[in-house]
Design a protein around this ligand. Structure first.
Ligand code: MGD
Ligand code: MGD
Ligand code: SF4
Ligand code: MO
Length: 727
């Protein structure tokens, strides 16, 4: 008998943004366990339940490990050659008849955690031709934040983040890092870092309609859903009216007088009716923000997905600026990579994106595209609305839009009308179940990686790279390899596809596969800590990181400040405050109507043992009784004669769901909180998830262009009017 040998390998988790260090145990080439890495300089022995349970995803019997083709009798395994030949031939035909405008790619959230997946999606979407459609989960998540940057700083990146390690007052709106582990803020052990603020005599204030898990550990300030813009306008009004405008802000920005005029009407007394926050509290908060040397306001998902997400994000930064807290230690700061010439890259990108934002309009709704992505809320309508650029072929990589975008039912039906649909996923989920093909992809432990997306969101500048820990299961391949092989079989001729084919052939002649790794290696080498191609001896490269620094390297103790001149691409590095789009959104605030029949406001709620829609097939994470439920204030329930556990019907003007209700007093009255990502029915796919029950909360959301956030095309996912009745 051959004795099995267990080996430990240091790597990192890529489910959510802290990227915690992990030790993988591999036996006979199989991943057998994951445990937190004690030697990781930042996560230092912490990993959450999801990260540890991921062994079950890698080895899941329900995982797709062969290419699947949909037949009238369900999915059947086929060879890679058969799948890719057929997809390539059908794509070529669609392209020939309708042009590139008939082809779309939707890139879901996990793609952001794989550099090769990102390169694959970009290469395909750009390569197929300029008329093609590109959608991503960004319009359910980040686009409003990025567009606010584009207005203020001239480019979508970098994103300002709170200087968590040095701040003494952190005001957090619409974020719940105790459960989410932080977002647009890569900080392992974020809960400990927030407690550190309190330990050094500082404060953490959490502005949230629900006394969230984070609010419960710090100071909670309850707010009416989707009213943060009013609160922030009032904070600004107080700062201006009380002469608390920082001297520094006058040199940092242009247009302060314009801003002062815009917020002048919004006194705390006026906005109280919208926010429910006492005027005295608003004044005290404004004075504390101006009077504390190291203070930062930070917003996340809750401030991104309301009806004025771009305006809200703009105002967050405006408060930081006016109070003197932008680009200073302990304030709201910009993490840069330290790559020489980064500003020129930002300038070029900023100019191109500003141009495309001005000039390009979506076919449905006439919206402007942010970071090149169209509103995912319109995906179904782009498939069903006839005319030039109607979508006929759709690729879905690492996404589950049937559960994640407004009006899932509409999406589900639209998918059935496509000429070609291809899912790249670990599972047959609610969306890929409707695809002609589901192609098996690698999990994070079956590929090399460097978390390129999150480098500039790190509270402590840090680098880590990993090689694959185990070989892909079954016939799984990376998204990059799939795209390269597909393009090689297609006849569509474009410059990008031509270059890709040529490079793939050259690599093959050397007995290698084409890899995007040299591009990431170049970035690591040019950035802070990098070897600058030999100029800095012993500096970092991809290989040196993966081989000599398996637990990662802290490249600086803190984020560099005083960098506005590097990150703002407008002349003289000065922030630009005056924008007609912003004043028109402020004006639109007062025109908001409240539908009479829907007196309650719905918000989202993330759960510690879920990741959007996709960890509900892990026995470890689903243990015990996990019931999808709506959380409601006990007085709102009493007024409707509802008791804890009752089955209810939740109705919005756009749809309805049936769900159980849980009662609490830890929520602002009039608010109902419901997690997303439930209501599984991926037939032929994840069996445990399918049995979990629950409802698709996005049936309550609207995909109508008039309900989508006007500037960034964000899906409206918070503060949606609802009514709750006995079911
Ligand atoms: N366990 C777990 N972790 C996750 C995820 C997951 O599904 N599960 N998802 C990951 C993803 S994709 C993301 S983008 C991040 C998100 O990370 P976060 O933004 O930190 O997470 P959320 O839990 O969505 O927090 C939003 C908070 O905003 C509040 N809120 C809702 N509406 C409003 C409002 O109008 N105003 C204010 N002030 N607050 C409001 C909600 O009550 C909630 O507490 O989490 C990531 N991490
Ligand atoms: N009502 C409401 N809706 C929301 C939100 C909310 O708070 N409320 N949050 C929104 C947010 S922030 C986000 S980010 C979106 C997420 O929306 P999506 O990205 O559309 O959906 P996910 O549920 O994250 O599904 C991810 C899919 O990727 C697969 N997957 C995992 N790893 C890989 C991989 O390495 N490669 C490939 N190819 N596939 C992989 C999983 O099996 C799963 O099927 O949902 C949004 N929708
Ligand atoms: S917090 Fe996120 S990155 Fe860390 S172990 Fe959990 S899922 Fe993985
Ligand atoms: Mo997200």
């Amino acid at each position: 008998m051959i004795e099995s040998k267990a080996e430990s390998r240091a790597t990192f988790c890529r489910i959510c943004e802290p990227l915690c260090g992990m030790i993988a145990t591999v036996e006979d080439g199989r991943l057998t366990s994951l445990r937190p890495d004690k030697d990781h300089p930042l996560s230092a022995g912490f990993a959450c339940q999801k990260g540890i349970a991921f062994t079950e995803v890698v080895n899941d019997p329900d995982r797709v490990t062969m290419p699947l083709k949909r037949t009238p009798d369900g999915f059947e395994p086929v060879s890679w050659d058969e799948a890719l030949d057929d997809i390539a031939a059908r794509l070529d035909a669609i392209h020939r008849h309708h042009g590139s405008g008939a082809v779309a790619w939707y890139m879901g959230n996990p793609a952001a955690f794989s550099y090769s997946h990102l390169f694959a999606a970009m290469a395909f979407a750009k390569g197929i031709g300029g008329d093609s459609h590109f959608f991503s989960s960004s319009t359910q998540d980040t686009s409003s934040r990025l567009l606010a940057n584009q207005f203020l700083y001239g480019a979508p990146f970098p994103v300002p983040i709170p200087d968590l390690i040095r701040t003494d007052l952190l005001v957090m709106l619409g974020a719940n890092p105790v459960v989410s582990h932080g977002s647009f803020l890569t900080a392992p052990r974020i809960k400990d870092r927030m407690h550190d603020i309190v330990k050094r005599g500082g404060r953490v204030v959490v502005v949230d309609p629900r006394r969230s898990e984070t609010a419960a550990q710090f100071e909670w300030l309850g707010i009416t859903p989707d009213s943060d813009a009013y609160l922030l306008l009032s904070i600004l009004q107080v700062l201006f009216a009380e002469g608390l405008v920082s001297v520094r802000s006058r040199t940092q920005a242009k247009g302060l007088d314009w801003l002062q005029e815009q917020c002048a009407p919004f006194t705390p007394e006026l906005t109280h009716q919208h926010t429910g926050i006492d005027p005295g509290t608003v004044r005290a908060l404004a004075r504390d923000l101006a009077g504390t040397e190291r203070a930062a306001v930070y917003g996340r998902l809750g401030t991104c997905v309301g009806r004025n997400g771009t305006l809200t994000n703009y105002l967050l930064d405006a408060v930081n600026l006016v109070a003197g807290n932008l680009d200073t230690p302990g304030g709201s700061v910009f993490s840069t990579l330290g790559i020489p010439g980064q500003k020129w890259g930002s300038m070029a990108m900023g100019a191109a994106l500003r141009r495309s934002y001005r000039n390009k309009r979506t076919r449905v709704g006439g919206f402007r595209a942010v970071i090149g992505a169209e509103p995912a809320a319109f995906m179904a309508k782009e498939i069903t609305t006839s005319g030039r650029r109607q979508v006929k072929a759709m690729f879905i990589g690492a996404g589950n839009p049937v559960l994640s975008v407004p009006n899932g039912l509409e999406m589900e039906q639209a998918l059935e009308s496509l000429d070609l649909s291809v899912g790249l996923d670990l599972y047959v989920n609610e969306t890929t179940a409707h695809c002609d093909y589901v192609l098996p992809v690698t999990t994070m432990y079956e590929r090399d990686d460097f978390a390129v997306t999150f480098q500039m969101f790190q509270a402590t500048p840090f680098r880590q790279a990993t090689d694959a820990v185990v070989a892909p299961r079954g016939q799984a391949r990376t998204e990059w390899d799939i795209v390269v092989d597909l393009v090689a079989r297609m006849t569509v001729r474009t410059p990008v596809f031509g270059a890709l084919r040529l490079a793939a052939k050259r690599a093959a002649r050397r007995g290698q596969r084409l890899s995007p790794r040299p591009m990431i290696d170049m970035m690591i080498r040019m950035a802070d800590g990098g070897d600058r191609f030999g100029l800095r001896r012993g500096g970092l490269t991809f290989r040196r990181l993966a081989e000599h620094h398996p637990h990662g390297v802290v490249v600086a103790p803190n984020i560099r400040t005083g960098v506005l001149g590097e990150v703002v691409v407008y002349p003289k590095g000065r922030i630009r405050l005056a924008h007609e789009d912003i004043s028109s959104e402020i004006a639109a605030l007062s025109r908001r109507a409240r539908p009479d029949d829907y007196p309650l406001r719905m918000i989202g709620m993330r759960e510690a043992r879920s990741e959007n829609s996709w960890l509900h097939n892990s026995p470890l994470l689903m243990r015990g009784t996990r019931i999808h439920r709506a959380l409601m204030h006990s007085e709102d329930a009493a007024a409707r004669q509802l008791s804890d556990g009752d089955a209810v019907r939740v109705r919005s003007p756009y749809g309805q769901i049936d769900i159980a209700v849980s009662l609490t007093d830890d929520i602002v009255r009039g608010t109902v909180a419901i997690p997303h990502g439930w209501g599984h029915k991926g037939s032929g796919g994840w069996r445990i998830a399918n049995q979990a029950g629950g409802a698709n909360v996005n049936q309550l959301m609207s995909s109508d262009p008039s309900d989508v956030e006007a500037l960034a095309g964000m899906s409206w996912l918070t503060g949606v009017p609802v009514q709750v009745e006995a079911g």
